[in-house]
Design a protein around this ligand. Structure first.
Ligand code: GSH
Length: 217
């Protein structure tokens, strides 16, 4: 079958998680850039891949998927290599629960509520400090939940092996950690801090650092 294609920009946290899964499994793949600034994700060509106009979308042969969690599960099941879903039912369930917390409660306050307005202030407009301040307790609540759900003393979120939950979370924490709010809040979650320190040296993480973080254009 032809190699899988990821549609999305490498700076998108969800797209990055999918690319990291492919790297972890050593799957040869292609990435087709879909630019958010240019609104390419709302163009008919992309809406045909993802009716909600979000990123990423994924194609393997004639099988197309949108929504990151099923894409990650498909990659794990369809390709050989390291298993990214824990075999143990409790660990697998905790990983699924953490992914749900990330999607439902963590992504929006950390990325859109704090990282985006801090990193890309609108020219000529003051930063909406009130909106950022409102996102902070939401981010804290999600981080506390993830910290509580982590299974210690293992280095990754739910065990000794990296899991789909780690891949979904790392791009978000990577962005958030670079904001003043993240730098202040994250030290309150020692397990997450230790996890972030360890996972940052993972090849799949290093290979996918977005230009916005690496400073390379
Ligand atoms: N539920 C979607 C969320 C994907 C998502 O929000 N992606 C962001 C980029 S990281 C996006 O497409 N944002 C564009 C927009 O909100 O218009 C998934 O799990 O794939």
């Amino acid at each position: 079958m032809s190699k899988p294609i990821v549609y999305g920009p490498r700076y998108s946290t969800y797209t990055r998680a999918v690319i990291m899964a492919l790297l972890e499994k050593r799957v040869d793949h292609a990435v087709v850039h879909v630019d958010m600034d240019e609104q390419e994700h709302k163009a008919p060509e992309h809406l045909a891949r993802h009716p909600f106009g979000l990123l990423p979308a994924f194609q393997h042969g004639d099988f197309a998927i949108y929504e990151t969690v099923p894409i990650l599960n498909y990659i794990d099941d369809a390709f050989p290599g390291v298993r990214l879903a824990p075999a143990d039912i409790l660990r697998r369930t905790r990983a699924a629960q953490i992914m749900s917390v990330i999607n439902s409660y963590g992504y929006r306050p950390m990325v859109w509520g704090i990282f985006v307005p801090r990193t890309f202030p609108q020219p000529g407009k003051p930063v909406d400090e009130k909106a950022i301040a409102e996102a902070v307790p939401k981010a804290r609540q999600a981080l506390q939940a993830i910290e509580d759900l982590m299974l210690n003393p293992d280095p990754f979120l739910v065990g000794r092996q990296i899991s789909l939950a780690d891949l979904l979370l790392v791009p978000i924490i990577h962005y958030f950690a670079g904001t003043p709010e993240g730098a202040k809040i994250l030290p309150h979650y020692p397990k997450l801090m230790a996890w972030h320190t360890i996972i940052q040296s993972r090849p799949s993480v290093l290979e996918t650092v977005p230009k916005v973080l690496s400073g390379v254009e």
